[in-house]
Write a protein that binds this ligand. Structure first.
Ligand code: GLN
Length: 185
């Protein structure tokens, strides 16, 4: 088995690596295209999607990663990572991978509600505690996209083939089931 690449240009990457480490799964910090060589999947963590996109564009990682994901590399974006994968972002945003056929709205849970927790049902995983931090919501789902989880505000987890995206942060709860599931895809 190859390593799980964790995009490590900005944001919440260290926590993702800890979860995989605790599961006995080797990870690789990904900052430049060469870092992808030994990876058989990639995690795009939370953070600031505009900053991450700009930094990825600068290093050429945006182009390389887009090609790899198109070619079948399993990818999972959490929060800002979901925004980076999305085809469309309401109100626009910077450079993105533009590969998951959904529209997302950034900071969709209201400006004053920066962070909250809620139990959500994720198809294929079960009930998980979801931590939302200035989280996006999916407002449009393309024909090939499967909805995995919905809350009253809208869709918060989707899958399109090899691409998985969650609005929330499973790396922050101490519950490794979503990581385990992604590693087994
Ligand atoms: N609001 C951030 C963005 O738009 C995402 C927040 C997060 O990843 N926790 O990029």
């Amino acid at each position: 088995m190859g390593k799980v690449g964790v995009l490590s240009v900005q944001g919440d990457f260290a926590r993702h690596r800890h979860v995989f480490h605790d599961l006995g799964i080797e990870t690789q910090e990904v900052r430049v295209p060469e870092d992808l060589v030994e990876c058989d999947r990639i995690v795009l963590p939370g953070g600031e999607s505009t900053t991450i996109g700009m930094l990825m564009e600068r290093t050429g990682l945006l182009t390389t990663l887009k090609a790899e994901i198109r070619a079948g590399l399993p990818a999972w974006g959490t929060c800002a990572g979901m925004i980076l994968l999305a085809r469309e972002v309401e109100g626009g945003s910077g450079p993105r991978l533009d590969i998951l056929d959904v529209t997302v709205r950034r900071n969709a849970f209201g400006r004053q509600v920066h962070s909250f927790e809620s139990d959500v049902e994720v198809e294929g995983v079960g009930t998980v505690t979801a931590v939302f931090i200035r989280a996006p919501i999916v407002t449009r789902v393309g024909a090939g996209v499967k909805v995995l989880s919905t809350v009253s505000e809208g869709v918060v987890a989707v899958r399109e083939g090899n691409v998985l995206a969650t609005s929330f942060h499973p790396e922050l709860t101490g519950d490794p089931r979503v990581h385990e599931w992604f590693a087994s895809l």
